[in-house]
Design a protein around this ligand. Structure first.
Ligand code: BDR
Ligand code: CA
Length: 300
């Protein structure tokens, strides 16, 4: 059983990632959820995490709000993709449960340092909280079991031609994390674009006839409605549950922080430079989607 913390900015794909983790208590001990500004401002990402926790009925998992803005740059949001609320299409009520005391970045630092080698961190939003924690305590890089993140790309970006959204929103934080020496597993657009929620899969979700099925189907119908939406953040939780579906390579990854390429992840060819990340290259998408549906079907 893996003990993990999810650092997120829900966000529709973040919400599905949380639902997958909450549905997997045998494999995943979710110690805390921390939130960050990203897809929408912080007051919405933290409220959305609580709305999803209410839906999953897992009130014992604390949710902490973290950084309201990137380290250096002004916040850029993605309300065009996730809606003004961040979970448009979901029809979820306002949260009924409370936020836990303590700043998200402090929680990352104290929890990980208190259990060296025992906690995996899953960041699926801008890396501001993670960088903040590492700057406050550089030893975290050795104390965290691994950082399994969604961000970057081996090729083109999504928010700019060069950069993926999470790295672009806080490129300086991404640089801090990649230069920290922590063991990183990177799920970039090159792999997350392989897993698409097509209309027939969303229909199968709705056909579950449950609140979770309806909510997820509603959100995913709204999400990136021009395209078959990629399930980005969900892959990090899937990787913990079903590592056999994924393959990756040890590579050197550099983050561009300034200029037109800000937020770009330069993934060096194999053998070029000392590797600082396992870059995920491939996933068995049909199997992933089928297991994800089965897991979400566990909610009554
Ligand atoms: C990432 O950006 C956000 O919009 C998604 O939640 C995901 O974390 C994809 O580029
Ligand atoms: Ca996200």
């Amino acid at each position: 059983r893996e003990t993990i913390i999810i650092d997120c900015d829900p966000g529709i794909d973040d919400a599905v990632a949380l639902l997958l983790a909450f549905a997997s208590p045998d494999e995943i001990d979710l110690k805390a959820v921390t939130t960050v500004a990203g897809n929408v401002p912080l007051h919405r990402t933290e409220a959305n995490a609580r709305r999803i926790r209410d839906l999953a009925g897992r009130h014992e998992v604390p949710i902490h709000a973290g950084c309201p803005r990137p380290l250096l740059n002004p916040l850029v949001t993605a309300a065009d993709i996730h809606g003004k609320t961040g979970l448009d299409g979901s029809e979820l009520p306002d949260p009924a449960s409370q936020l836990a005391a303590g700043h998200g970045a402090d929680v990352l630092r104290t929890e990980i340092s208190a259990a060296p080698g025992g906690i995996k961190l899953l960041p699926v939003g801008p890396l501001t909280n993670v960088a903040h924690a590492i700057v406050a305590r550089p030893e975290l890089a050795n104390e965290v079991s691994s950082i399994v993140l969604m961000g970057g790309s081996t090729g083109p970006g999504n928010i700019t031609p060069h950069a993926e959204f999470n790295f672009h929103v806080d490129p300086h934080a991404a640089r801090v994390v990649f230069e920290s020496g922590a063991p990183i597993v990177m799920h970039g657009l090159n792999v997350t674009h392989q897993v698409r929620a097509k209309a027939d899969w969303i229909a199968a979700l709705r056909a579950l006839g449950t609140k979770v099925g309806d909510t997820a189907a509603g959100m995913l119908t709204f999400y990136d409605s021009d395209n078959d939406p990629a399930l980005h953040d969900v892959l990090t939780v899937g990787y913990l549950l079903w590592p056999e579906l994924f393959s990756g390579e040890e590579r050197r990854v550099e983050i561009v922080t300034e200029g037109v390429e800000a937020g770009r992840s330069i993934v060096h060819p194999a053998g070029d430079g000392a590797p600082n990340a396992t870059v995920i290259i491939e996933v068995d998408a049909p199997e992933f989607l089928s297991r994800l549906l089965d897991r979400l079907a566990r909610y009554s």
